[in-house]
Design a protein around this ligand. Structure first.
Ligand code: PXG
Length: 452
């Protein structure tokens, strides 16, 4: 018998079983104790809405965790998963194959920016990042440059929670607890967020491209022949929606090219239409050598990630091994049949409903809605691109406290948001309509006015 037993919501009203006590699950990235005293439970979802345990409809302003780009429980996807589960539930992916993963790889290769057409399947963004980093090492070794072992990330970067990801990542809380065991040979570029120069920018900030030159300095200090790859999010998501300054990505690309350094775009958030184009690489016209994705690949319905590599990387790694396994890496669930079925159905849906174009068409309305918040109390910056928004509030006594209060107030009003410290991050499903955009921002306005 535990205290939290008293607080378990009654799910019976929406026809799902009671959860019992909440004690046994150690929740991810959650204040476990506080949550279990006052749980927020979601029990069903359809299109733009969740249903919570009290039967309330909650407008999804975050596409789950940036992943449900086509909206929730879309029939073509749920049916594809159910059908696949009944036909081929699992097939080993090592030294064996099944047709769906090859079909999915072909399909993705067709929609990717030119040059990226070799695809490795994983199960999450974190795994995609670790895989990409290993690919970079394998590539340079295969080319006879095994001294290239350093990775360059960026301050305020988020690349998941594997040891590779937190090492190249630039979020202090995620690194500090594990600081003694991070990967060696890591550098970080400065982030590009500077309120003095960039606050309230519409679109890409004009200031900040020069910050890419930090890479040039690292090359000068350490030698290009030590650096394997640079990894960045084209638009940083988790640390509060940081939009790349005009010319910044181009400059990084040029410096990488000059010095034989691989450029990895972590598109776990920006992939699959979030910016009103298939990928950020398309949106900004800069193609990386390696791209990591997850989330929107299956509309969040089955865990899946992928790494897209230039053909030359694949060819080099395969060519360096005379016989047998060329890349000592892979997961039990790489290319899982259910995930492949979900991904193929998701890509069909994106295409049939032209959801990436829809996001692009709605983006100006969205941006106006974001900037309409200007002048409300506590707001110090507003940022928008595609169907993403960052609403930065001035911090209070404890970092993140004001942001979290806004999140709670919005949830009370039946609107789901996310906060990164004191920045509210919004990323709704791409099927959102104007009326729902208005509802989202009305709720946010009320919440921001109310919080201390
Ligand atoms: N790279 C990027 C750019 C991400 O945003 C990951 C890697 C890791 O993906 P997995 O699938 O291992 O979680 C992510 C994940 C948030 C939030 O609220 C963001 C993520 C996950 C959960 C919450 O900002 N991004």
């Amino acid at each position: 018998m535990t205290d939290s037993l008293q607080t378990v919501p009654d799910h019976t009203s929406v026809g799902v079983p009671r959860a019992g006590t909440l004690d046994a699950q150690w929740m991810p990235f959650t204040a476990n104790r506080a949550f279990k005293l006052a749980p927020r439970m979601l029990v069903a979802a359809k299109d733009m809405h969740y249903t919570d345990a009290d039967g309330r409809q909650v407008l999804d302003g975050t596409a789950g965790l940036w992943c449900v780009n086509a909206g929730h429980c879309r029939k073509p996807i749920t049916e594809a998963i159910a059908e696949q589960a009944a036909v081929l539930d699992y097939a080993p992916g090592f030294q064996m194959g099944h047709p769906l993963s090859f079909a999915l790889a072909e399909r993705l290769a067709d929609m990717l920016p030119d040059g990226l057409d070799r695809i490795f399947f994983v199960n999450s963004g974190s795994e995609a990042v670790d895989t990409a980093l290993k690919m970079a090492l394998a590539y340079h070794r295969a080319r006879g440059e095994p001294s290239r072992v350093s990775f360059i990330g960026r301050e305020r970067g988020y690349h998941g929670v594997g040891f590779g990801g937190i090492s190249v990542g630039g979020i202090q809380n995620n690194r500090q607890a594990f600081a003694a065991q991070l990967l060696p040979h890591i550098g970080h570029l400065p982030h590009t967020h500077d309120l003095e120069h960039n606050a309230y920018t519409h679109g890409q900030p004009a200031w900040g491209a020069h910050l890419a030159d930090g890479l040039q300095r690292m090359v000068a200090e350490n030698g290009a022949d030590t650096i394997a790859a640079v990894i960045i999010e084209p638009v940083a998501g988790s640390t509060g929606v940081l939009i790349p300054p005009a010319g910044y990505l181009e400059r990084l690309r040029a410096i990488c090219d000059e010095h034989g350094i691989l450029l990895i775009f972590d598109e776990v958030i920006t992939g699959f239409g979030r910016l009103g184009a298939p990928f950020a690489a398309d949106r900004f016209g800069v193609t990386p050598d390696v791209m990591t994705v997850a989330k929107g690949l299956t509309n969040g319905a089955v865990p899946m990630g992928a790494v897209f590599a230039r053909r030359g990387i694949y060819d080099a790694v395969l060519g360096a091994t005379e016989r047998g396994i060329e890349f000592f890496h892979g997961y039990t669930y790489s290319g899982h049949p259910l995930a492949c079925a979900a991904a193929l159905a998701t890509l069909d849906l994106y295409r049939e409903e032209a959801l990436f174009d829809r996001a692009a068409e709605l983006a100006p309305y969205w941006e106006d809605a974001v900037h309409s918040l200007r002048g409300l109390p506590h707001i110090i910056d507003l940022r928008a691109i595609g169907l993403v928004a960052g609403i930065e509030l001035e911090g209070r006594d404890v970092i993140g406290a004001r942001g979290f209060d806004v999140f709670l107030d919005c949830f009370e009003q039946g609107v789901l948001t996310r906060v990164a410290a004191d920045t509210v991050a919004l990323s709704p499903p791409l099927i959102i309509d104007r009326e729902q955009v208005d509802r989202l921002f009305d709720a946010l306005t009320r919440a921001i006015r109310r919080v201390a």
